[in-house]
Design a protein. Structure first.
Length: 249
């Protein structure tokens, strides 16, 4: 029969516990430092490899890296230059953009879009993708430039949103409000690329001094990362009366 307490079993010395505790803390600290760097490098390496695999097959055989080196130096060996496809893609994209800004390029684009407009299914796909590309990549003043607070999903609960533009046309006319409406994008956590489009009266919007980037970090981190790097101090006098009573209790 065994007893619940064995006097022969001794607790590990305190210095050993301190030593292993220090190792654990150092390991976790190193993991916090290494993990973001490693994941970033892995993502970049993967994306570059994906672009290379997609672009390089379109490069003529005579301009492939191994053929060029074989012609110049007489070295016949398979060579994988990581990132060459990215360079080719960037040069090709810049060239297309430069041509598209000219008169001939605009004429060719108009002619091509005229052909696409005659194809029912292709027309819908092309116009949708074009609108998305123009929204994401176009250099215009329609990007989010201010962050704000709106009451969502009910009054008394506040959520971070990004101001898009003022409501226009039928949206402004059909909503029964006398004041100006503002369209805001309310992102979801932790993926801010999805969310809700809300039309909110201007008087019910609280504009923030924080930048859009800082607010995006706050949304992605689920409120853990503030612009100052720490959670702001909450002053008791700024709380409602019921909340102050709970703190003083």
């Amino acid at each position: 029969m065994t007893t619940p307490f064995d006097p022969h079993l001794q607790e590990p010395p305190k210095h050993k516990r301190v030593f292993f505790g220090g190792l654990r803390t150092s390991f976790l600290t190193g993991l916090v430092v290494i993990a973001p760097i490693g994941v970033t490098i892995w993502l970049l390496w993967t994306v570059i490899g994906w672009v290379d695999g997609f672009v390089l097959p379109f490069v003529p055989e005579g301009y492939q890296p191994e053929n060029i080196i074989n012609t110049l130096f007489g070295i016949d060996a398979p060579i994988n230059i990581r990132g060459l496809g990215v360079v080719v893609f960037l040069i090709f994209t810049v060239t297309v953009g430069w041509i598209a800004k000219g008169l001939i390029g605009r004429s060719l684009i108009a002619w091509g879009e005229g052909l696409v407009d005659r194809m029912p299914v292709v027309r819908s796909i092309y116009n949708g993708l074009k609108q998305i590309a123009e929204t994401v990549f176009a250099q215009s003043e329609t990007n989010f430039d201010k962050a704000c607070l709106v009451q969502y999903p009910r009054e008394g609960i506040w959520a971070i949103a990004f101001i898009s533009t003022t409501a226009k046309g039928e949206i402004q006319d059909r909503i029964p409000r006398d004041e100006q409406l503002v369209s805001v994008f309310l992102p979801t956590t932790p993926n801010p690329t999805s969310g809700f489009l809300l039309f909110v009266p201007k008087s019910e919007i609280i504009e923030l001094k924080m930048s859009v980037e800082d607010c995006a970090k706050l949304v992605i981190s689920a409120g853990l990362v503030y612009p100052s790097g720490s959670v702001p101090e909450i002053k008791p006098e700024a709380l409602p009366e019921p909340e102050r009573e709970k703190l003083s209790a």
